[in-house]
Design a protein around this ligand. Structure first.
Ligand code: HEM
Ligand code: HEM
Length: 183
């Protein structure tokens, strides 16, 4: 089943969810690694290019996913989920959806504000143009701090979200996780 129903997620929503989740956590690890490689500038440069390319991929997938989600039915919370919990889960999902767009945009803003003018390649295939932002050290530092704050914050939220899903699976034994696994 390609599309969502009132009871469960369809193949497209499941594929978007797990592809973006994997790439998003990978990007946090890669972003962290780039910061640790200051003494190896050649490797650091390559890691930055991978980080930017995968970030542009996440941005594209996240926009497609949002387009798909707004044109789809959303499954109801599983039976016996308290109202407050369904509301909190819904809010966390909306926040995570928004962050998968905003975090790459703030990363793109760093590259666009940097006086170094290093071009951003997407997988060595195309040069991605810079956003129209003020180019200065102060502007680069502002976007860099915001990017780090939002990236680490969204990583924390995603971990809490994953822990909630695992709690449903192990302690409550309901179908919250299995319906996102297609079973
Ligand atoms: C899913 C998307 C992304 C995630 C989760 C992410 C995450 C991160 C993290 C965790 C760091 C380390 C921050 C720190 O501790 O200081 C980082 C750094 C960085 N990211 Fe991203 N990033 C994403 C997308 C992008 C994109 C699309 C670009 C550029 C086109 C980008 C450019 C950068 C740059 C330039 C740094 C180094 C910042 C500095 O020099 O202080 N990121 N990113
Ligand atoms: C191992 C990590 C993860 C697990 C176990 C997990 C598990 C789940 C489960 C079980 C659902 C369905 C909840 C329901 O039926 O109400 C869900 C939905 C969702 N998850 Fe995750 N998730 C993980 C990582 C992530 C990450 C990293 C993001 C985004 C950065 C994310 C964003 C979302 C969103 C936006 C939804 C709402 C449904 C949709 O639009 O696809 N998840 N997740």
């Amino acid at each position: 089943m390609w599309r969502n129903s009132r009871e469960t997620f369809g193949f497209v929503a499941i594929t978007f969810h797990w592809a973006i989740a994997l790439l998003f956590f990978g990007q946090i690890a890669l972003g962290f690694l780039t910061q640790e490689m200051a003494k190896r500038p050649r490797l650091q440069f390559d890691l930055y290019q991978w980080h930017k390319s995968i970030g542009f991929l996440v941005l594209t997938l996240a926009l497609l996913r949002i387009g798909w989600a707004v044109s789809s039915l959303q499954p109801e919370p599983v039976a016996r989920t308290p109202r407050w919990e369904a509301g909190a889960a819904h809010a966390a999902h909306l926040l995570l959806l928004g962050l998968t767009v905003i975090v790459p945009l703030t990363g793109w803003a760093i590259a666009s504000a940097s006086p170094l003018r290093i071009p951003s390649f997407a997988f060595d295939l195309v040069v991605v143009p810079d956003l129209p932002l003020t180019r200065s050290d102060a502007s680069e530092a502002f976007w860099s701090r915001l990017h780090a704050l939002l990236a680490w914050g969204s990583g924390g939220l995603a971990l809490a979200h994953a822990a909630a899903a695992i709690h449903h699976h192990i302690a409550r034994r309901d179908t919250t996780l299995s319906r996102m696994l297609g079973s």
